[in-house]
Design a binder for this molecule. Sequence first.
Ligand SMILES: Cc1cc2nc3c(=O)[nH]c(=O)nc-3n(C[C@H](O)[C@H](O)[C@H](O)COP(=O)(O)OP(=O)(O)OC[C@H]3O[C@@H](n4cnc5c(N)ncnc54)[C@H](O)[C@@H]3O)c2cc1C
Length: 392
Amino acid sequence: MKKVDVLIIGAGASGLMCAANAAYRGRSVTLIDHANMAGKKIIMSGGGRCNFTNMDASPKHFLSQNPHFVISALKRYGPSHFVELMDRHGLEYIEKAPGQLFCKDSAKDLLAILLTECEWAGVNLVLKTAVTNIIDLGTHKQVETNQGTYECESLVIATGGLSIPTKGATGFGYQTAEQFGLKVLPTRAGLVPVTLQPDLKAKFEPLAGVSCDISASANGVSFTEPMLFTHRGLSGPSILQISNHWVPGDELNLDLYPQGSLYNLLIEARDKHPKSHIDKILNQILPKRLVTLLIEEHKWQGIMAEYTNQKFENIAQLLHNWVIKPTGTEGYRTAEVTLGGVDTDDVSSKTFEAKNVKGLYFIGEVLDVTGWLGGYNFQWAWASGYCAAQYV
Ligand SMILES: Cc1cc2nc3c(=O)[nH]c(=O)nc-3n(C[C@H](O)[C@H](O)[C@H](O)COP(=O)(O)OP(=O)(O)OC[C@H]3O[C@@H](n4cnc5c(N)ncnc54)[C@H](O)[C@@H]3O)c2cc1C
């Protein structure tokens, strides 16, 4: 039997953060993971460069049944705190889009910093360790694993969500929550590409690789960012963002010219270039392959001078309000996050301890807190991990 103050299950973003900070407080901390290395998702994130925070992070960038839950932790550990830590270690980073910070070279550099912090603080990191049973002994928890049994005062569940099972994701955190009587809200894949019906998929197949700036809307929420046609359906930032708000069965509304009024643009173009063919005009604002598909489908032919205002109105309507009904999403196989999870009503937003189970903590993505695309999910992992570390 190994006795520790704090046992953390899950050596991902939130677990590493919590481990280092709890150990700096003088707690004896063991961090276990069933994978053969810590922080696998950190390494694969942001195209290998990890979009590790967003300087603009605020509660409005998170989805949760209780939108107030994130306020306290984000206030106590904001983006600038994490940046300060990275600066102390000399990590070089770049701001790719306003507020979105990425490692300049590799996400491995950021993971190395977190591992160094854990080492300096004296965290005992044990990999390839699978938990087989947890027993509540009141003041302590007994955790049985394939590497022996631990007894701890504080047990922290930092096992993340269900996305990318090949990188070690499991439903362990949800099962543990249920074992201890916490409610788990229904989960579904988030920040994920959408799939299309076979006929639509076949129609768009020639567009695979084409990207364009659009505005995607569903359930009263819109995101104006690029969209990417893929062999399986639609992806790109705007689609990933809207997937968090889109509900299966609903339609997606896509504005293919969010920059302004397509009607005005066409009227102006007709005045200036009456002899131009419409494809020439549309090619200036949309990818050529998409224009070819639209023109073939809607049989828009002839020169601009032959088009009536009404015809332009119809074209503008169609492209500003392109309606697509996805069949679903690519699911956890490619999703960046999991929506839903451990009900935040059952967890303290100050300490992250379960309200009715002394010594049991939940941090990171396992909770019903999901950020938008853009570094918000890591910010949540750092903030919740740091704040819990002050109490475990
Ligand atoms: C492809 C991809 C790209 C992403 N890019 C970004 C990005 O650029 N910016 C951003 O903010 N967010 C990004 N995310 C989301 C971000 O990675 C997660 O929100 C974040 O890692 C969650 O941290 P966590 O500590 O809760 O869980 P994780 O980091 O997922 O860590 C959970 C850990 O628990 C371990 N574990 C799971 N089950 C068990 C078990 N039964 N026993 C023991 N250990 C277990 C896992 O092996 C893992 O190490 C991305 C996600 C993916 C999949």
